[in-house]
Design a protein around this ligand. Structure first.
Ligand SMILES: [Zn+2]
Ligand SMILES: [Zn+2]
Length: 169
């Protein structure tokens, strides 16, 4: 929970904000531990009764490469800009993009979680040019090569030889 006390934040001033949050990653997302550590660094300002959180976040978590299935440390960086409105201030026009809060503190957890999941990549690759796994024997081709490629050529020649020998009969 990233609850920030609003006392001391005056109109037009910027309050530096840094916090770290554990975010649970849903099951259908690619992650091995189901949890990411997300660090936010930025500031909170107050303008016309609205609170604006602005800054950048970086997340680190364990993911599996889509090509070679190897576990690796994934990093994700994304900007955050969210508006928060105190629900008690009914004089404000309705703003669908704004988050509502009550009292003298804002909890940024849900906004952070939402931003993280929106920016979550649909696929992962452990390194540039990952060679993946051999489709025949499953060998991780980043670690060593296998003999399948050579083998498949041999098979082709075997078939040809078979063909010729059949025609001779
Ligand atoms: Zn890989
Ligand atoms: Zn192979």
């Amino acid at each position: 929970m990233s609850l920030i006390d609003l006392a001391g934040l005056t109109q037009g001033s910027l309050m530096p904000i840094d916090f770290e949050e554990k975010v649970v990653i849903p099951k259908d997302y690619n992650s091995l531990e189901g949890c990411a550590s997300v660090v936010f660094s930025g500031g909170l300002s107050k303008e016309n009764g609205k609170f604006i959180l602005s800054g950048k976040a970086s997340a680190s978590f364990k993911a599996a490469c889509d090509f070679c299935l190897t576990e690796f440390d994934a990093e994700l960086a994304f900007p955050i800009c969210e508006i928060f409105v105190n629900g008690a201030e009914e004089s404000l026009p309705p703003d669908d993009d704004a988050w509502r809060f009550s009292g003298n503190a804002i909890d940024f957890s849900e906004a952070l979680r939402t931003n993280f999941l929106v920016n979550f990549p649909p696929s992962f690759i452990c390194r540039e040019g990952c060679k993946g796994l051999c489709s025949r024997c499953g060998q991780n081709l980043n670690e060593k090569s296998c003999d399948c490629q050579k083998g498949s050529e041999d098979f082709r020649f075997d078939n040809l030889r078979q063909l010729f020998s059949n025609e001779e009969v």
